[in-house]
Design a protein around this ligand. Structure first.
Ligand code: WT7
Length: 648
């Protein structure tokens, strides 16, 4: 792991921005003073605090104990019984929300679908029956490999309704990455589509499913939604069209009463090992905290139309497109396409057309908007917006200010929300009407969350000094484990600093207690807000016949946050060339998916290694970023390879 730089002072020159959104009489938190008071109470009496919050969702049977156990194994709302789909749908059907829009979708070509809560609830029930008809039972895992269309969300909720565990695989992943997740999850059923659309082109999802299934017999049923209408291969007795199956079943299905700790889903994420980790989330704790955080961070009002640009293949899509929002009875907008197709103003067109009020996106998207120029924005009326959000990576202060001025017109607060796949919910974020913003800082912890910046021994760092970001106490939506890998679970999060949860991020707190996240300090690279483990990329490169060894690092990139640079040594008989460079890039795309395409491949004679043979990525980073090395290299096996790199 990297050591982290000591000092940070640039934040002190940054001015605070006070919220342009006024508090109303109904707001529970109306000032920073109230925030600090309530925060202290929530930390002093977590059981009381979370016990009250949990009453905001519907339980079939009440819990007997708010929480039990300590890190790494914690349980929440013990003994309670509930159903996540019931909370996202049925409980809204008795009042005014029955005919309220739950989901509004637009596709790239302007197609549109919309579902009221009642309609969505019937669809979910119908597809839950289809899943059952094809052998999906309580506790079975279902892989969902789909474009961002309402049917994907319907399938997630259909799983939740019958107590099946969904594992959504991002549709940008390759057949090989899909296969890896199928095998690890033990799923017997995949729900997919003939394809999806991106920038006018068809993404051949079914082809990838077929390719993956050549290598396993584990999958018994492939259930497909029709999206593109393009012809696909067909395996009789295994493949079925969802729409045809749906006409054979009822549109009612009793929600199964599930234990609070019953797993709601598994979501794979990249880590420091070569293998993706299946992060497991619970039903009760996850739902309580995603619903609560959605409400306070996005200040949800009954007439909001909320748009989060994340795909459901990532945790943001799970927590802040589906569960947290629908549990609050919100109206959620989703869009299948890219922001630059057919033109650079696609997003602003949509905001204007539908009068979207809350817009939650990523710094990497904002950097693209900046690059494309203000003319695309000026054409549109964005006055419906009242709140903006950012997630996925640190937002540079300049990017924050651009977003604030050009999209929010200085009228919308920005919530810079820090969290992770593992945390399930937002843990550090401003409260939009209350917290003075400092561009680049995620500001303060939400209620019930105790983050700290510490040194290697777990001692708190003084203000302004960089350290490791940890969470000191369990929280309801924390991951319950890594699927079938207890050892990694303990090692990654709970071993480096005893007694606390280690986030993998470096951070510091300023003199006013604002948290500033610096970024990952492990070998995880954040490209466009998506996590890519260097080990995973290296294994992909090494699987190419030309490659002997590989080391991948992230370097700062004005658009993607970090860009991937691969250092590669070749096997005997191979020589470096532009063709080989391109072939290796394509190989990585084929192995992992297009999000992992390296920006550059550098061919070198040898990688810098310690005498025990460990590749020292830190040195490669330093050379790439600064052009020289300042630290000690005497422990290297062969320091000459570095001289060549610096000269090259
Ligand atoms: C990592 C988690 C949480 C959903 C999207 C990414 C970085 C996330 C912020 C933020 C600075 C951030 C961290 C974190 N990150 N949000 N507001 N400011 N960094 O989920 O793939 O699990 O990645 O993203 O490094 O550890 P993820």
């Amino acid at each position: 792991m990297d050591s982290i730089k000591e000092d940070n002072s640039y934040s002190y020159s940054i001015k605070k921005i006070y919220s342009p959104l006024p508090c109303s009489q109904n707001d529970l938190v109306d000032s920073m003073q109230t925030y600090f008071t309530l925060y202290k109470e929530s930390i002093a009496h977590p059981e009381l605090f979370w016990g009250n919050i949990a009453k905001e969702i519907d339980w079939f049977e009440p819990w007997t104990k708010v929480s039990d156990g300590q890190f790494p194994h914690c349980q929440w709302f013990c003994g309670g019984k509930l159903n996540a789909a019931y909370n996202c749908l049925d409980r809204h059907l008795s009042g005014n929300r029955k005919n309220k829009t739950a989901l509004l979708w637009e596709g790239e070509f302007g197609e549109r679908l919309s579902y009221t809560y009642q309609e969505l609830s019937q669809e979910v029930a119908r597809y839950a029956n289809v899943l059952r008809r094809h052998g999906v039972n309580f506790s079975d895992t279902v892989i969902i490999f789909m474009p961002l269309i309402p049917q994907a969300i319907i399938t997630m909720l259909a799983c939740a309704r019958i107590g099946a565990i969904h594992s959504v695989v991002f549709a940008g992943f390759s057949a090989k990455s899909l296969l890896e997740r199928i095998v690890d999850s033990g799923a017997k059923v995949i729900v997919s589509a003939d394809g999806g659309f991106r920038r006018g082109k068809i993404i051949p999802l079914k082809e990838r499913v077929d390719e993956a299934l050549k290598h396993t017999t584990q999958i018994q049923k492939v259930l497909l939604f029709k999206r593109t209408g393009a012809p696909t291969g067909w395996c009789h007795g295994r493949d079925y069209w969802m729409e045809e199956e749906a006409s054979l079943v009822e549109n009612t299905c009793e929600p199964v009463s599930l234990d609070s700790e019953h797993p709601l889903f598994i979501l794979y994420t990249s880590g420091t090992t070569g293998k993706p980790k299946g992060v497991v989330h619970s039903t009760g704790g996850y739902l309580v905290q995603t619903a609560f955080s959605s409400k306070i961070v996005f200040d949800l009002q009954e007439d909001d139309l909320y748009w989060c640009t994340a795909d459901i293949g990532w945790i943001t899509g799970h927590s802040y497109v589906v569960y947290g929002l629908l549990a609050n009875g919100a109206s959620v907008f989703i869009y299948e396409g890219a922001p630059d197709f057919p033109s650079y103003d696609r997003f602003w067109q949509l905001i204007e057309k539908y009068k979207i009020t809350i817009f939650y996106t990523s710094p990497t998207a904002i950097r693209s908007f900046i690059k494309w120029g203000p003319q695309w924005i000026e054409k549109h009326d964005l006055s419906s917006l009242r709140l903006l959000g950012s997630v996925g990576e640190p937002i540079n202060p300049d990017v924050f200010l651009w977003f604030y001025k050009n999209i929010g017109k200085e009228k919308c607060p920005i919530v810079d929300t820090w969290w992770q796949t593992e945390t399930g919910s937002i843990l550090i974020s401003p409260l939009p009407k209350v917290t003075p913003m400092k561009p680049g800082s995620a500001t303060f912890p939400l209620f019930g969350i105790e983050p700290e910046v510490v040194d290697e021994k777990g001692e708190p760092m003084p203000a302004g000094k960089n350290g490791l970001l940890v969470i000191k106490k369990p929280w309801p939506s924390m991951l319950r484990g890594i699927y079938r890998d207890e050892e990694s679970f303990k090692k990654i999060y709970f071993s480096r600093i005893p007694g606390v949860y280690f986030t993998g991020d470096g951070a510091y707190k300023d003199e006013e207690g604002y948290f500033w996240i610096i970024g990952r300090i492990d070998d995880v690279i954040n490209v466009s807000g998506h996590r890519i483990g260097s080990a995973e990329l290296e294994s992909a490169l090494i699987s190419h016949p030309a490659v002997a060894e590989a080391a991948v690092i992230g370097v700062p990139d004005s658009e993607k946050g970090e860009a991937l640079i691969a250092f590669v040594t070749l096997k005997e008989g191979w020589t470096s060339s532009l063709d080989l460079e391109n072939a290796l890039k394509e190989h990585v795309v084929k192995e992992i998916g297009s999000i992992a395409r390296p920006k550059e491949i550098r061919f070198i004679d040898a990688l810098p290694k310690t005498r025990s043979g460990k590749i020292v990525r830190r040195l490669l980073k330093e050379i790439s970023r600064e052009g020289h090395i300042s630290g000690d290299v005497t422990t290297l096996e062969d320091s000459q390879c570095l001289d060549k790199l610096i000269k090259g």
